[in-house]
Design a protein around this ligand. Structure first.
Ligand code: HEM
Length: 441
């Protein structure tokens, strides 16, 4: 009545790190483990209870064979074809670089042994990950292979190891699977590139306006401003633009749906990719806004600022009510915007967002997100106040940085307002419920 009690044997070729960790996990999950080795008598330590035989003998012990050997050694398997025909061969291999070989490892293996059932699996798990047992972050494993029955058998083993198996189709998909472990923070690439690109561009732009201009016209060296004043412009400017870039693809997608009159056509690839990295984009923007806040906090202790205050002490200066209102209002918009920004960042973390319902998540990320963008944009406008009226703002006919930073946010907020107009909103809601515009309508 308890067939599980009869231990199923599994075979592993290779007694390296990966082979040993895998054997250890399989043993812990209740399997009998038999190793195949070139030198069964001197292969080093294997997990307790495991048996080590030569390859041909080991292959007889199990229908499923895990290959924990390098691709370069696959060719010796051809000599074992009589023993391996009809077996399920699990290819767990990876390569150190992309496109090192013309064909994926699993495809190559299937070509060497056409009579065996090759299944690609477990390649996204490291020896370390296997030994420690799957954690939340690496619970998934992708598999692919041409035989559904062989995949089923491997899936059962993976499930028993506590893994969540995701089927990716035939053995042809193994190139994609083998590329997964080589990716380095794939979702962060685009946001990081945008952050670095914009920061570099604004740095040189502001260097010319704030440092070189002063040197040319007043003969004064104010290069010390690079470290704090300039940084405290570049970071908030890029942050505000990137916050707006989180919301731009959403309004573009809505406009596209309105224009097409249906939600059933795919968005262009670039828009899809952009939408998928909004979370990372927002977190980079939050990091830059935090830098802006920290830089702002140290302003009163700067030597340059204390020096100027000291110089002012002996003068009697008038108090301007308007000026007090102006500075207080842009500070408070900044503080409120930053507080909501932090809320957005926290709720985008998986452990927090998983605890929210979809309605709660979209309320925070969408509604409060637009409020955040609005407050930060208002902070920029109030900071500018009437600067746009003065000629000195346009050194060498260039616009001040804060004005440039307001362009994208203003466009996004304007388009969002347009989408909120009742007639537009009604049509969009209908489209999103599945209604389609046909010429007869
Ligand atoms: C400028 C304070 C949050 C975007 C400024 C300035 C101050 C300031 C004092 C003027 C800097 C200068 O004179 O060079 C604050 C405070 C904040 C806050 C106290 C919150 C605690 C934010 C946030 C954003 C932002 C969340 C948007 C992401 C900007 C921008 C400028 C600016 C774009 C104009 C930069 C320039 O070109 O000079 N902020 N800020 N700030 N802030 Fe904030």
């Amino acid at each position: 009545t308890m067939p599980d009690l009869i231990q199923q044997s599994l075979c592993i070729f290779g007694t390296g790190d990966l082979g040993r960790s895998l054997g250890h996990r399989l043993f812990q999950s209740g399997y009998r483990v038999v190793y195949g080795s070139r030198r069964p008598d001197s292969c080093g330590p294997v997990p307790q209870g495991a048996q080590v035989l030569n390859h041909a003998e080991a292959a007889q012990s199990s229908r499923i064979i895990f290959l924990c050997i390098n691709r370069e050694h696959y060719s010796f398997l051809q000599a074992l074809a009589p023993q391996l025909n009809g077996k399920v061969l699990v290819d767990v291999s990876n390569n150190p670089e992309k496109d090192m070989f013309p064909e994926a490892n699993a495809v190559y293996l299937q070509r060497l042994l056409p009579e065996a059932y090759v299944v690609k699996a477990l390649n996204t798990l490291s020896a370390w990950g296997l030994q420690n047992g799957p954690s939340d972050a690496n619970r998934q494993t992708f598999i692919c292979g041409d035989s559904a029955e062989a995949k089923q058998a491997v899936s059962e083993v993976c499930t028993r190891l506590g893994l969540l198996v995701l089927d990716r189709g035939g053995v042809g998909a193994s190139r994609e699977l083998e590329d997964f472990p080589l990716q380095l923070f794939p979702m962060w690439k685009l946001p990081m590139r945008i952050a670095v690109g914009l920061s570099g561009a604004f740095f040189f732009y502001l260097l010319i306006r704030d440092v070189i201009y002063t040197y040319v016209y007043e003969g004064k060296d104010v290069s010390f401003r690079i470290l704090v004043s300039l940084a405290n412009k570049v970071f908030p400017i890029v942050s505000l633009i990137m916050l707006a870039l989180c919301y731009l693809p959403g309004v573009m997608a809505a406009l596209l749906q309105l224009h097409r009159g249906t939600k059933y056509r795919r968005f262009p690839d670039w828009l899809d990719r952009w939408m998928l990295c909004r979370k990372q984009m927002g977190l980079v923007a939050l990091a830059l806004a935090s830098l802006h806040v920290l830089y702002t906090l140290i302003i009163p202790i700067r030597y340059y600022v204390r020096y100027r205050i000291g110089a002012l002490k002996n003068q009697t200066t008038e108090f301007f009510n308007i000026l007090a209102w102006r500075t207080d209002s842009y500070y408070s918009m900044g503080v409120l915007g930053f507080a909501l920004f932090i809320l957005l960042g926290i709720t985008s973390l998986p452990s927090v967002s998983n605890a929210l319902s979809w309605r709660e998540f979209s309320f925070i990320q969408s509604k409060l997100g637009y409020v955040t963008l609005f407050l930060c944009t208002l902070h920029g406008y109030l900071y500018g106040w009437d600067k746009f009226l003065h000629l000195y703002s346009y050194k060498w006919y260039t616009l001040p940085g804060y004005m440039l930073s307001l362009v994208v946010p203003t466009v996004v907020l304007g388009l969002k307002l347009l989408l909120l107009l009742p007639c537009v909103d009604r049509r969009l809601t209908r489209i999103r419920r599945g209604w389609e515009h046909t010429p007869q309508d």
